[in-house]
Design a binder for this molecule. Sequence first.
Ligand code: GLA
Length: 440
Amino acid sequence: MKKLFTLAAIALAAFTLISCAGKSKNAVASTQKEETVMKPAASEATGMAAKFMKSTEKTKEEEKAHAAEMEGFEQKEALYESAARHGFKLGTVINPQNLQKKAYTDMVKADFNSLTAGNEFKAYSLLNQSASQKNENGMPAMNYYNADKIAEFAQANGIGIRGHVLVWDAYMPSWFFREGYKNDGAFVSSDVMKKRLQYYIEEVVAHFEEKYPGVVYCWDVVNEAVADGTNECKADDPRRVRTSRGGTTNYFYDVIGPDYVELSFKYARQAAKKANANIKLFYNDYNTFYSPKREAIGKLIESINKDEKLCDGVGMQGYVGGYGQQSGCMSANDINLFKNAITFYSKMGLEVQVTELALRNYEKEKAEQHAKYYENFFKMLAAAADETKSLTCVAIWGICDNPALPKNDYSYKMNGPYCGMFNYDCSKKPEFFRVAKALE
Ligand code: GLA
């Protein structure tokens, strides 16, 4: 982890940390792993793209299969319009490199009405250490350069943004929590840290609302605060709030205290009110459809909303299938569990958004099975949306295939190389048409 932070610091200087984030999603017990891998740097990604172009040349058989899939199906409306009939927005993910790729921006503009920045809205991307050290009021300073590019694109195309994310313990540089914002400073007191956090949240919420009014329609206030098991939280905490992650201290918990999640929501609500913004506030996490994590998340949200409704909804990330391997992928039972979880959260009076959907598939030969799984998954989502009236967005993060990824690459393991509704070149896969049919 230390090594990761060193690497991250270098990346920050060179590229404001846009390309490094990640950790494992322990989708099923049999595939549990704790692993942290860097995403490829921009230059590596470009190299991979070039290498990939060769392998994307479609074979005649693939062309035929694709044509057959499309046969008899005429797309009458944008996919987000079909989703809207079930009451939810259709979203996907974007980063500054994608903004340079016309095929990607065309894909977004045609069928999606919600966007999430991959990393650019996160605190570790926005916080600027040297500017914070120089800030006369002692409060943190931010650099919005990359985030603004994404917000500008969204605004220009009438697309809403899921603000992601205000507070996340992973990859947080410890200097944010130290005297003078110095790498070797002593940790500040809980009171000082609360002021810093409140200031940070107010500034960030206000920045986007003032510059791009109404574009950010919701914020993930806190990400992944609930531990998977009982070994990364206090044994007597029913909310299972993380004290650490993969051996690294959760500084928010350590410096602010066990109520840092509740406080973050309080600050976020105040910030939205102050900015006069109509913004929904979400708690976001992975493995939200597995028990007992689902129940612990329920307890945490009850605690957040104890005196006043501060949390409007739960973000279900949606990494579905084995982590880094085919085993565990495309399980019919996961579809049932997902639906039960939507109902569970909805009964708590919460909105539900699927925030980072990746229906994993690691094997090209399983293409037909994957398309069918996509269809079944979206039939379930449409039914859950109709029944509960609580599902308000489905954002797909495993949106394009990427077969050139090496097996040890973080994105390979995280999404699976054949997870997409689109090919690497952003052309539509049979999955796309199956979703369109499922939402009809
Ligand atoms: C988590 C975060 C996302 C992203 C993924 C890895 O799910 O919420 O922002 O960093 O990990 O791609």
